[in-house]
Design a protein around this ligand. Structure first.
Ligand SMILES: [Cu+2]
Length: 186
């Protein structure tokens, strides 16, 4: 990636030297920053394609020492004309995996339950995220720390199975603002 950054920075410097007016130089500088920013986003938000499905940034939260479970999250966009369903998931960190749904009961208590599937509507998207649907990695065999990656898979009723890579993010990261999963560390 550094290579590309250098190339872009080099090209921008060259372009800047050719344009005289401040407006032109500013325009190029802004464009360059926008481009670098976009590339940086790309690096952090890894993506996978499976048929009409776009699988965006599978990630998992770093777990405290001794934790037995970890939660996995991912955003799925369905560009197709037919609904699909996430029916299974796996990860190399766990011996067993379920799909869970978090919800708040009438007394305001967070509960979670296993679900058979998560529907991804035609032309729509679903985000598995803290406080909502998540992949529950159970019986952790190989806990990971922030910055690590592990491989896993997602299986869809129509589109089939795809191998993905989960990136492990910090316990207190930006994603955790809506965390309501503290009870089991996921
Ligand atoms: Cu759960």
């Amino acid at each position: 990636m550094t290579f590309y950054f250098q190339r872009i920075a080099g090209a921008a410097t060259y372009a800047l030297s050719r344009f005289r007016s401040l407006e032109e130089r500013l325009g190029i500088a802004v464009f360059t920053f926008a481009l670098l920013f976009a590339m940086n986003q790309q690096i952090h938000a890894h993506e996978f394609k499976l048929g009409e499905l776009e699988i965006i940034h599978p990630w998992s939260r770093e777990t405290p020492n001794g934790a037995k479970v970890a939660a996995g999250y991912v955003k799925i966009v369905n560009h197709g004309k037919q609904a699909d369903k996430l029916i299974a998931a796996s990860g190399t960190i766990a011996s067993k995996t379920e799909i869970h749904e978090m919800s708040v009961d009438s007394s305001g208590v967070m509960t979670m339950r296993p679900v058979e599937s998560v529907e991804i509507p035609a032309g729509g998207e679903v985000e598995l995220k803290p406080g909502s649907y998540h992949i529950m990695f159970m019986g952790l065999t190989d806990p990971k720390k922030k910055g690590d990656k592990f491989s896993g898979s997602l299986t869809f009723e129509r589109a089939g199975k795809i191998e993905v890579e989960f990136s492990v993010e910090a316990m207190g990261g930006a994603h955790q603002k809506k965390n309501a999963h503290g009870a089991h560390g996921g």
